[in-house]
Design a protein around this ligand. Structure first.
Ligand code: 8DG
Ligand code: MN
Ligand code: MN
Length: 376
């Protein structure tokens, strides 16, 4: 008994919200392969197979040991036939022929490039692929493409946006966001969420939740913040989505619910302290391009009413898979509906209030999982 890892001695839950998943992944070889398979199915809009591989990836990220034999995955949930085949190939051959096929697939390669542009999803990629386009270079060169404002920004800042955001950059942006918000609402609470709250050292963007304790709400806050950044020349792109929240409305039962908070998807200009332009500005710069001393960074800002803050925090902290499983667990195991605004008990027909994430886990009858253990 003492030699058997606890995750095997006890039955492993099929729900990632009942598992603790840190960033120590002993099975990257497998989970990278699964994520490529999942992405390919996402491009094909096959949600079922996509989720099958994402769930398997989450499960292997949780295992506290590297899988080396088929026996290691015996009795574990979330391992379907397709997943098992890929695992078997990787164990035996060191790599999977099915994954290699995907990586060499013309459609996958094109979609992978297209969707790396901010504002480009599967639908747009499909259209461009049918037009015979294959690479981002071809997209950039094609002046006949009708682009949204978002996609235009996506191409304009492409190189910066595909290079990941570091923890140091996230810290620098946090200071800017906190400073700006506090000039308008000194008591407002600004919290970093998303991957950085889970302890990641890199991200594709930086996510913030903003709330004002107490009764006062300010619908104008977000507009004031972005207006100031605009004036300061820091705002490269901004799309404000107004709140569509309706009181008393039942939480959304969709598994991948987007919420109804007022929010803003932005691209900010972050000046980089390391880069010094001054010597270039004084010397002969006629034949010398000025060094770019800033980086474009994707920043999401979400405004929440104070009573919904804990639910918003839980939802926006992710991971995506963790959030999906929380909602699935709530509805399948507890007859409750969870979304980023609240938790509804269908048996008691009441909304359950929560002032902290701990209280939400308690409402659901789940052990608390720390943010850094939600990397499912
Ligand atoms: P990354 O940026 O480091 O790549 O990862 P992430 O921080 O985990 O992903 P994200 O796409 O920035 O989203 C953060 C979490 O927020 C994610 O678990 C899903 C959740 N989320 C919501 N609502 C919405 C929404 O409207 N849009 C997006 N993109 N994410 C949302 O709860
Ligand atoms: Mn993020
Ligand atoms: Mn985000």
């Amino acid at each position: 008994e003492s030699e058997v890892p606890s995750c095997i001695a006890r039955k492993v839950s099929q729900y990632s919200c009942q598992r603790k998943t840190t960033l120590n992944n002993y099975n990257k070889k497998f989970t990278d392969a699964f994520e490529i398979m999942a992405e390919n199915y996402e491009f094909k809009e096959n949600e079922i197979f996509c989720l099958e591989f994402l769930r398997a990836a989450s499960l292997l990220k949780y295992l506290p040991f590297p899988v080396t034999r088929m026996k290691d995955i015996q009795g574990l949930p979330c391992i379907g036939d397709q997943v098992r085949d890929v695992i078997e190939e990787i164990i035996e051959e060191g790599e999977s022929s099915r994954v290699k096929e995907v990586l060499n697939d013309e459609r996958y390669k094109a979609f992978k490039q297209f969707t790396s542009v901010f504002g480009v999803g599967v639908k747009t990629s499909e259209k461009w692929y049918r037009m015979g386009l294959r690479t981002v270079e071809e997209l950039k060169a094609d002046k006949t493409l009708k682009l949204s404002k978002m996609q235009k920004a996506g191409f304009l800042y492409y190189e910066d946006l595909v290079s990941c955001v570091s923890k140091a950059e996230a810290d620098a942006v946090t200071l800017i966001v906190k400073n700006t918000v506090s000039t308008f609402l000194p008591d407002a609470l600004v919290t970093i969420t998303g991957g950085f709250r889970r302890g990641k050292k890199m991200g594709h963007d930086i996510d913030f939740l903003i709330t004002n304790p107490g009764p006062r709400e300010d619908d104008e806050l977000l507009h004031k913040v972005v207006d100031l950044w605009k004036k300061q020349g820091l705002l490269l792109y901004c799309d404000i989505i107004e709140s569509t929240f309706v009181e008393e409305q039942l939480p959304s039962r969709k598994v991948d619910a987007m919420d109804n908070f007022q929010k803003c998807f932005t691209i900010l200009k972050l000046y980089q302290p390391g880069v010094d332009n001054s010597s270039y500005n004084t010397s002969k710069k006629s034949d010398m391009a000025e060094i770019k001393d800033w980086k474009a960074i994707r920043v999401d800002l979400v405004i929440t009413p104070f009573e919904q803050y804990a639910y918003a925090l839980l939802g926006w902290t992710g991971s995506r898979e963790f959030g999906r499983d929380l909602r699935r667990y709530a509805s399948h195991e507890r007859k409750m509906i969870l979304d980023n605004h609240g938790l509804y008990d269908r048996r008691k027909r009441i909304f359950l209030k929560a002032g902290s994430e701990e209280e939400i886990f308690a409402h659901l009858g789940l052990d608390y999982v720390e943010p850094w253990e939600r990397n499912a």
